[in-house]
Design a protein around this ligand. Sequence first.
Ligand code: GDD
Ligand code: MN
Length: 398
Amino acid sequence: ALIPVPVGPLQVGAAADSSAPLIQFSLIVPTYNESKNVAKIVKQLTELLDDCLPGDYELILVDDNSPDKTWQIAQALTPHYPQLRVMRRETERGLSSAVIRGWQVARGNILGVIDADLQHPPEILIQLLKQIQNGADLAVASRHVEGGGVSEWSFIRRFLSRGAQVLGLLIVPNVVGRVSDPMSGYFMVHRSAIAGPCLNPMGYKILLEVIGRGRVETIGEVGYVFQEREEGESKVTWQHYLTYLGHLVRLRSRGRIARLRRQFPVGRFLRFGIVGLSGVFVDMAVLYLLSDPSTLGWGLTRSKIVAAEIAILNNFLWNDAWTFADIAQAQKGWNARIKRFLKFNTICLAGLVLNVLLLNFLFNVVFGQQHRYLANLIAIAVVTLWNFWVNFKLSWRV
Ligand code: GDD
Ligand code: MN
């Protein structure tokens, strides 16, 4: 039977599929319209691996519902090749995700990948395995070390390939620079080095994900000559170059956006700002009620102090119930609540002083007694940041 396609995130598990015995090695063979190559590659791989890892390996062919029915041909081979398993994906597409889905159902401790079109010489597998057995976390078949090369590539093709590598070196040097052939789609890696993190299914270059998101310390390389394709055709199009570029950019920013969000919680700040605006209206309304000649007619300063204090109380209640609700939830009780309010009050009053000082400084010193409203705007912005930041750090501390 066909292997069911895993669903959910593209994430390799720490332990192999528990229903099956753990084996040494799982090799993924991704295919798309490789009907003319599949019998040959399966035969070659089986002969080779039966020799060096008898019964201790599996071949997992992952086909993306090829129109030429590659999956069906492969499935028909399984009675003759007990180590062969076949996955047919009917919705998901793409080389990288095919490889990851294969690894997700793999039972091996070492996870590998090889092209189905015989451009990757199978014999190299033995040397790659040796590298891993000698302690490498990752072993990469490379065109750019001793013994490596390409067969009959045109100048333009070599240029594009090297250009892509240089671009990668510029954008993510700490990933692309770690191997001589970062474009290689022929490698194997220890399960433990890639188990855990979600892998990005983008594009063709799964090796970059492995190096960029895995815990790969030592890398071994083995030279190989990239063979010419004899049957079928390459799936690479111009679009793949664009995807590659996008992939580099995402690798570069990996973790960085999440880190920034943790350091500066944008959502909280927006809520804090909205609450602040509500405070302005409360302040205005109270000021009117107290100081307007048609109502109470109090003096301006007295009215303003009361108005500001009520606005601060308003803001506190909303921030405690909304902006920082999760933190307030964790610190229940009147005592804690009053403490939060006193801190908030003090920090906001300090903010008010800061506001006045800053307004004066900007207006008198920086702008030479001009642009009073611009100066006020800047002062308000700075004080809002101050109020948010210091309250976040002190009043609603996690
Ligand atoms: N399941 C699946 N889905 N397989 C795919 C897909 C896909 O969308 N696209 C390609 N494949 C399979 C092909 O059938 C083949 O077995 C292998 O992936 C490589 O595809 P090719 O189209 O033959 O790639 P290439 O020869 O241009 O590139 C090879 O060399 C590069 C080194 O320059 C690949 O091995 C790359 O991975 C490698 O980086
Ligand atoms: Mn190929």
